[in-house]
Design a protein around this ligand. Structure first.
Ligand code: NAG
Ligand code: NAG
Length: 658
């Protein structure tokens, strides 16, 4: 939205006004910005941005299905770039994958015909680009589906963003769920031919450049000797906020064939230009760059922020090397072995990924706003631990202060939009701490309602909460891409809104399962974190992670709701097997006495006995020792919705008898 021509043509004063709050811009640089704003702007092909991940989206507004055929010629010589990766790292393998001529490819990169490239080496790939069906410019290539592939994985990971899930799905017509290993797909690669305007300006080729982490438009321009405005224009990007994302294509208009010396690693940023002001400090230099590239400002600031966290984390990571035991809210968790030290680059990568995404998804709050929202984080606003209640624009919000890596949580919550998952509305960063702003849950956490004097949930409320939690988990397991495991499900992480509807919170330990496989998928970890009493045996003993971890924890959570006892804590000692306890109750089926002892006394017998047994049996399957014997979350959702229906009927019948 921000990337259309309208924004570019916005009156200059408005732009200055908003930037001046941030930086002192010297007149010279103001002039440069002015020029760039009034440069002839002619939209060419809209930049795709983060639309690459919205696989269900329709239309082609941001060219996610391909660049439109708006050029002078219906076909042309074009270039795409590719970064060598383990399976595709040689002239033959890359040209086969991308439908390029091997001899042209070797020539373009000045290497031999059987050369191998180093991993991540930028490779120039000459292609014949043509207009298909009068709609999109593309290079057709084919790909045979492998086990576990999804359209997104093929487009993003295998083709590195040269194709999109939307284009793949569109042109192959096979629904996502029916992708079978062995199926041959037609893969349209994103390319384009110069428009009339570009041709008049001497542009001969368009290169589909794959944006990498840490890329800026001006850096890419320097690499290919093209000025920033020309690139922005070709991609209808606004100079105010030219955010570009990794694994997307950016069109670079070229007057000459690209050459192999442009694919070497970028040289460090240009030396600081001589400053017109006296006392030129490194700060002045930063301002200067900001002036020249206009809207990159915000990115630079974020970058600086992240860079600081990165260093902080890195130092911290070094200090705490041997301390891999993570204790979760008072419970003891065990670590079998210390995690493998994360490299600095890895940390910075995930952080940079957030940079590009963060401001698009969430509001970035100024720290002052949060201070005033929470009375300067006064104890009276403290909900629990480092979570504060605040009023922002008249609405209540929960503000969590975090000292550490929030990338996983933020990354996951960008992909999630579900009423049973807590909504993150904004983010702030101050002095090494992150502040995450969430929707407010008026009734606090579920743990505040279990075994707490004076607080009581009736049977039907409990069933509703269980169904909500199951629905939220099912969403994480089956409908996010890639699937996620929460890994720290417990009553303290379930929040209740004013209607006692449940929302899953605290995704600090969540992990993605990378690829969707057939059947169950396990990942091994050596870093065991979580909350004692909720952790499944295969995870505690062997570090096996799968969605079945959450199913186990859900069973424990249900047991807490059924018994009104702090089950996880009581049985965490390890001498008592939860399933044995439950089996005893179930074995004596029909003997109401046992069940009555088991079920929360505060319910005072106000529950449908048959249904309680049904739920108890379901819990028993959830906490089965063998993960493969546990049900899937979608099965639990269907059981629980039956349980809720029956509970509602039961409630009506009870009310009618009085
Ligand atoms: C590429 O494939 C599409 C079908 O997906 C087809 O319509 C088009 O003609 C093909 N283009 C070329 C140049 O073969
Ligand atoms: C896209 O592919 C890259 C390269 O393999 C990978 O690092 C990245 O995580 C992928 N993006 C998503 C959202 O999965």
């Amino acid at each position: 939205m921000k990337q259309n021509i309208q924004t570019l043509l916005q009156p200059a004063p408005l732009f200055f006004h908003s930037s001046m709050n941030l930086f002192p811009i010297t007149p010279i640089f103001s002039l440069i910005i002015l020029c760039s704003i009034f440069a002839v702007v002619q939209g060419q092909q809209p930049y795709i941005g983060i639309a690459t991940t919205a696989c269900q989206q329709t239309g082609n507004s941001n060219s996610m299905r391909g660049y439109t055929c708006n050029g002078v010629n219906p076909s042309c010589q074009a270039y795409v770039t590719f970064r060598a990766q383990s399976l595709y790292n040689s002239v033959p393998s890359i040209s086969a994958l991308l439908g390029s001529d091997p001899s042209q490819l070797s020539e373009a990169n000045s290497v031999s015909k059987d050369a191998t490239f180093e991993t991540n080496k930028l490779v120039l790939v000459p292609v014949n680009c043509s207009c298909s069906g009068n709609q999109y410019y593309q290079v057709n290539t084919s790909y045979v589906v492998q086990g576990g592939d999804t359209y997104f994985f093929i487009a993003n990971n295998t083709f590195e963003g040269l194709s999109t899930c939307q284009a793949l799905q569109d042109q192959n017509g096979i629904p996502e769920g029916e992708l079978m290993p062995g199926t041959k797909l037609n893969v349209p690669l994103r390319c384009a031919c110069p428009s009339k305007n570009q041709t008049e300006q001497g542009v001969k080729y368009l290169l589909s450049y794959l944006v990498a982490l840490g890329d800026f438009v001006w850096l890419i321009g320097e690499r290919f000797g093209v000025n920033t405005e020309t690139i922005l224009e070709a991609n209808t990007l606004s100079s105010q906020q030219p955010t570009i994302n990794p694994y997307t294509t950016l069109l670079v208009p070229l007057q000459h064939e690209p050459s192999s010396n442009q694919t070497s690693e970028p040289s460090p940023p240009p030396p600081p230009p001589p400053s017109s002001t006296s006392g030129s400090s490194s700060k002045t230099w930063v301002y200067a760059v900001v002036g020249v590239v206009g809207g990159i400002a915000l990115i630079l600031i974020l970058f600086a922020i992240f860079f600081r966290t990165r260093i902080k984390q890195y130092l911290k990571g070094n200090k705490k090397k041997d301390d891999s035991v993570v204790v979760s809210e008072g419970f003891v968790a065990v670590a079998i072995e210390k995690p493998q030290g994360k490299k600095l680059e890895e940390v910075s990568q995930s952080l940079e990924e957030i940079i590009s995404g963060i401001s698009k998804f969430f509001k970035v709050y100024g720290f002052k706003e949060l201070q005033s929202a929470t009375n300067d984080f006064s104890p009276s606003c403290c909900i629990k631990g480092s979570v504060y209640r605040g009023v922002i624009n008249g609405d209540l919000a929960a503000i969590k202060m975090i000292d550490g890596d929030v990338s996983k949580e933020i990354e996951l919550l960008t992909k999630v939009n579900h009423s049973n998952v807590i909504r993150l509305s904004g983010v702030s960063f101050n002095e090494g701490y992150w502040y995450l702003v969430y929707e407010y849950a008026a009734n606090g956490s579920l743990s505040d309602w279990i075994n707490i004097d004076g607080k009581f949930l009736n049977w039907t409320q409990r069933m509703q909460i269980a169904l909500d939690v199951a629905t939220g988990l099912d969403y994480l397991h089956s409908f996010t891409s890639p699937p996620h495991v929460h890994k720290d499900l417990k009553s303290g992480n379930i929040l209740l809104d004013s209607d006692f509807r449940a929302k899953i919170a605290n995704f600090g330990l969540a992990r993605s399962m990378e690829r969707e496989g057939e059947g169950e998928q396990y990942v091994m970890t050596r870093h065991i974190v979580g909350t004692r009493g909720y952790m499944a045996p295969e995870y505690l003993e062997n570090g096996l992670v799968s969605t079945k971890l959450d199913v186990y924890a859900f069973g424990v959570l249900m047991m807490e709701m059924l018994t009104g006892k702090d089950v996880a804590n009581i049985y965490a000692g390890g001498n008592v097997n939860l399933l044995d306890v439950l089996s005893e109750v179930l074995d004596e089926e029909g003997e109401d006495e046992r069940l009555r002892e088991f079920i929360d006394p505060s319910l005072q017998g106000n529950y449908p006995v048959e249904l309680a047994l049904f739920v108890a049996r379901m819990i028993a399957t959830c906490i089965h020792q063998d993960p493969t014997s546990r049900p899937y979350m979608h099965e639990i959702v269907s059981s629980m919705s039956k349980a809720l229906d029956s509970s509602l009927s039961w409630e009506m019948s009870v009310e009618n008898t009085f």
